[in-house]
Design a protein around this ligand. Sequence first.
Ligand code: SAH
Ligand code: SF4
Length: 419
Amino acid sequence: MNLADSGVLAAVLNARGYRPAETEAEADIIILNTCSVREKAEDRVFGRLGELSGLKNMVPGKKFAVVGCMAQRLGERIVDKAPFVDIVLGTDQMFNLPEILEKSNGTPLVHTEFGHENIGVIAPVRDSRFAAYATISRGCGNFCTYCIVPYVRGEERSYPAQEIVNQVRNFVSDGVLEIMLLGQNVNSYRDNELAFADLLKKIAGETDIKRMRFMTSHPKDLSDELIATMASEPKIMAHLHLPLQSGSDRILRRMGRGYTLEHYRHLVDKLRAVQADISLTTDLIVGFPSESEEEFNLTLTAVEKIKFDSAFMFRYSPREGTAAYRFDDDVPDPVKIRRLTKLINLQKKISYEKNQEEIGRIRSVLVDGFSRRSNALLKGKTEGYKTILFAGEPSLLGTIQNIRVTSADSWTLHGDREH
Ligand code: SAH
Ligand code: SF4
């Protein structure tokens, strides 16, 4: 979501004549778009600001802006800690950066009011020429007890379906083949009678986009209709990111997630019944307040049984203002670290096994870049959102190719082009 927002912000700045600088040293403005989800993310922003502060005097009038979730959460507190910061703009204010820059005159400007962000229909700057993000909803109304997102991104609101369709059409005419629809919980998307599955069908039917993906899905709102739509609509890629968070029902209840492990497993069974080789990825938290060793083991068992293709795994991080902040953060750090390491090792083994199963299969791959190591190797994503490398000519960039998987480790597949 932050990456997508950075693309929109870059477009807003481009439209006003700003251009990306080659280096931080020569930049007139340094912008940090921030995350608040875990304390570590915020610590890194202050660390980065410290590193960059020495540049402040190298370009006369050089400005620092901190925008996004952490700006929303801390507001003035950012300037207290880093007085050389000129501009702090929260999540709904960040797209006003060009106007605020014009007003900036040495006294820090801090804006964190909620209200409609004023983006209009602007084509975001993209990292990839062939894949794009489209934000379909902002904010979140779920208030999982550990999570800061509803406080820093405000209440959930969906963009009108027609606007999204128009945006996808614009992407297509700009050469985009694959779209990733984004929301904190896409499953609760609504535009009057239109639910998320209807939006997917509308985009698939009314645009020439070749491939569609979305994230994130909340298990409590994953409808049978969405499962059926994923299976029946060939444009929708066979990948679902479905955060489980914990394998213990007591912890899930304390997290306010609104489902049990049994419900989650039932969803997985339904998904696999209609799309046997759907790729499933998840988010998991270890060391939530009062999580016992047995409860942590339930997460390990769930991971072993469900067999996710990959997972984002985190240590619980208390966030001021959330409901769980009032719980005793009683799992000591060394225990959290031990649990996380154990979980990561287990998942790594499962990812490896899952990827071995890919060997011999032919995958449909959107070719969108070169391997980081070698320009002789092209890089792309399979239907299941796995990175695959294969030998090929640069002229294949921006095409969809059939690639036979020949080898794999836990993170990457290798393959050969099928002729
Ligand atoms: N809207 C998405 C998640 C957004 S945050 C969803 O509901 O799935 C991404 C992930 O960060 C979460 O799924 C969760 O696993 C993790 N996370 C959020 N708050 C956290 C916290 N306080 N400590 C540790 N991990 C957290
Ligand atoms: Fe946070 Fe829960 Fe909303 Fe995801 S659904 S953003 S975890 S409150």
